[in-house]
Design a protein around this ligand. Structure first.
Ligand SMILES: *[C@@H]1O[C@H](CO)[C@@H](O)[C@H](O)[C@H]1NC(C)=O
Ligand SMILES: *[C@@H]1O[C@H](CO)[C@@H](O)[C@H](O)[C@H]1NC(C)=O
Length: 138
């Protein structure tokens, strides 16, 4: 398990990325957009889906897999959705992940069109997300 107890990089035991987005759409639309997008992406395998949690597994290279989750919770008066993405590599040797975990999250959100949704904002930093903003996603 990957545990961040105080957000310091030295306490990350596996390569890990966490991103928070706010989107000006109801969470059910956000959930549908993410599930639809993941189904189109060959390197992802959709896991259990509930209205508040979408689980998936991403294969970045043969034998190298990451757990990729999206959690939704409505914001004030359900006018928007607070969305949290987390991606974690299964193996310790992925610690130098070259942005894999960041891109696992970002490419889904970008592909789903949510980056163009009203009020879209993204929050993260280097402590929460390895390689944040230095990564070039393909
Ligand atoms: C995704 O959710 C499952 C079920 O709660 C959990 O076991 C797994 O560790 C989560 N993965 C990430 C990257 O948060
Ligand atoms: C990251 O990039 C370095 C240098 O190109 C490479 O040696 C290493 O295997 C890469 N790591 C992963 C997890 O792809």
């Amino acid at each position: 398990m990957c545990i961040i107890s105080s957000g310091r990089p030295t306490e990350i035991t596996h390569a890990y990325c966490k991103i928070v987005w706010i989107v000006g759409l109801p969470c059910d639309q956000v959930n549908t957009a993410i599930v639809t997008q993941i189904k189109t992406m060959g390197s992802y395998r959709l896991g259990p889906v509930t209205p508040s949690l979408v689980q998936s597994k991403h294969t970045s290279a043969p034998g190298q897999m990451e757990s990729v989750n999206f959690t939704m919770s409505p914001t004030f008066r359900n006018l928007g959705c607070h969305l949290e993405g987390s991606s974690a590599s299964a193996f310790w040797y992925s610690l130098m992940d070259n942005g894999t975990n960041y891109c696992n999250l970002y490419t889904v959100i970008q592909g789903s069109g949510l980056t163009r949704a009203p009020g879209f904002v993204e929050f993260s930093n280097e402590w929460l997300c390895l390689g944040y903003r230095r990564s070039t996603c393909q």
